[in-house]
Design a protein around this ligand. Structure first.
Ligand SMILES: NC(=O)c1ccc[n+]([C@@H]2O[C@H](COP(=O)([O-])OP(=O)(O)OC[C@H]3O[C@@H](n4cnc5c(N)ncnc54)[C@H](O)[C@@H]3O)[C@@H](O)[C@H]2O)c1
Length: 445
């Protein structure tokens, strides 16, 4: 079986590399020739633990990259669509999905034998059957379900641990409306023995992805709303409150031997400076808009977004308690990526925080272990001071704001005490012990 993956971004490249590592032949297709060149040289164009090692091992063997979409479709049995599906401010933007669907359809025109087209991008319920399928049929002149198959296979990987997630998935959701496509998909995932597989229709598969992300975003905003309440009421710390909540048997179920295991969902039930990234904000907003278009009042998810919008600037408000004006104040922002172990800055909470600080006239220094090159693109015209080392970032500063929970930041208390002992420290992730700072502010304290 040979697979072509269209879109060699976080999802497409990780999917392609992991399938190739399992022995499946893969062609990763991207319109960006620079990405394609890098992949063929064995260099991952994104930072993701373990990806480089797989590419080095498998390139030219079970995986290659190409810009030729139609040739790659003709040369494969399954095509997975993994292009971007941004939110355009009003609704999901399906331009990339539509564009590649038309190109795949044109390729299918000249293809002998059955071919399955599988949507891996996150798309609102109905897209695969009502948008992708008709485009494929029109461009190919063929019939779905008879001449080719159409399906949906959402991706649940988490950036920063994408390779590990893909290799050991918690579930595999396969959506299709015909048995032939479903069984082809099952064969594709044969090597992932022991993983629960849910077979359903494409629309349900699409909804499962949104339901999963909306649930995670809801936990975060719930914890953040409680953080705001703890601050307002005073005399308590949201960290202690959530610790008590995490001890619940629902979050620490008992194993057969009586021991208890903390459910990973607990990590979403923690106060912080809000969620970001390429998925949660856009997916929740796209689901709200899709639901409202269908006449459903999306009250809860609208509130999730509202809480998050306010939360993004809470760290600046906390800093403001120490300075009448921020004009000319030197502030170090620690962490730029939306979460640790990735260089992805899409919708990172660091962006509104930095922009707000700059608008108040602060002199902003930034440090991140891997996302500096991405930050230079985002803040191309802003006067940021980019720091190569944590030491330099913490020297001669009036304040430091921790935005991303990078492990390296465990050294901050000791380093800040030496480099800038009078600096105010604002912990946007409640990561460090408040007692290790002379001037401390934290979310939900
Ligand atoms: N990033 C994640 O953690 C994650 C997790 C699960 C699902 N998703 C979903 O997966 C999809 C892809 O997300 P991503 O983060 O990998 O996006 P990305 O922006 O990193 O990658 C998309 C790639 O598609 C390429 N592309 C766009 N149009 C193309 C075309 N016409 N031909 C060939 N290549 C084309 C782009 O050059 C880019 O490399 C989205 O729908 C996203 O919501 C993302």
């Amino acid at each position: 079986m040979k697979v072509s993956v269209i879109g060699a971004g976080y999802v497409g490249l990780v999917t392609g590399a992991c399938l190739a590592d399992k022995g499946i032949e893969v062609i990763c297709v991207d319109k960006d020739p620079e990405k394609v060149r890098k992949i063929n040289d064995g260099i991952p164009p994104i930072y993701e633990e373990g990806l480089g090692a797989i590419l080095k091992k498998r390139i030219g063997n079970t995986i290659c990259a190409a810009t030729d979409l139609q040739g790659s479709v003709l040369d494969s049995d399954i095509t997975m669509v993994a292009v971007g599906t941004p939110f355009d401010g009003k609704e999901i933007d399906l331009a990339q999905v539509k564009d590649v669907s038309a190109q795949i359809g044109r390729a299918l025109k000249g293809k002998n034998g059955y071919h399955a087209v599988i949507v891996k991008s996150t798309v609102v319920p109905g897209t695969t059957d009502e948008v992708v399928l008709p485009i494929l049929e029109e461009a190919s002149g063929k019939r779905a379900g008879r001449d080719f198959g159409v399906g949906m296979n959402p991706e649940f990987l988490t950036e920063g641990q994408a390779v590990a997630d893909f290799m050991k998935p918690d579930r595999i959701v396969l959506g299709a409306n015909d048995e032939k496509t479903l069984s082809l998909l099952e064969r594709l995932y044969d090597a992932f023995d022991g993983t629960p597989i849910l077979k359903t229709n494409s629309k349900t598969a699409e909804m499962i992805k949104y339901a999963s992300n909306a649930m995670l975003a809801t936990q975060i905003s719930f914890a953040n709303e409680l953080a705001g309440l703890c601050s307002a009421l005073g005399g308590m710390d949201v960290v202690d409150v959530m610790k008590g909540v995490h001890l619940s048997g629902y979050l620490r179920p008992a194993a057969k031997d009586g021991s208890r295991v903390q459910a990973p969902i607990s990590s979403f039930l923690e106060a912080g400076c809000g969620f970001g990234g390429s998925c949660l904000p856009k997916d929740v907003k796209a689901l709200i808009s899709h639901g409202e278009k269908a006449g459903t009042k999306m009250g809860l998810l609208n509130a999730v977004i509202d809480v998050n919008r306010r939360q993004l600037l809470e760290v600046v408000r906390l800093l403001g308690k120490h300075f009448a004006s921020m004009n000319g104040i030197r502030v170090t922002v620690l962490g730029l990526s939306f979460k640790p172990d990735t260089d992805d800055m899409r919708e990172s909470p660091a962006i509104p925080v930095i922009r707000d600080l700059l608008s108040r006239g602060a002199v902003v220094k930034v440090f991140d272990p891997v996302a500096i090159h991405e930050a230079r693109k985002v803040f191309a015209s802003d006067p940021l001071i980019y720091c190569e080392t944590l030491e330099y970032a913490l020297a001669d500063t009036d304040a430091a704001i921790l935005v991303t929970r990078w492990e390296q930041f465990n050294r901050v208390p000791e380093m800040l005490a030496k480099a800038s002992p009078d600096a105010v420290f604002v912990d946007g992730r409640r990561m460090l012990d408040k007692r290790s700072f002379s001037r401390y502010e934290g979310i939900g304290l």
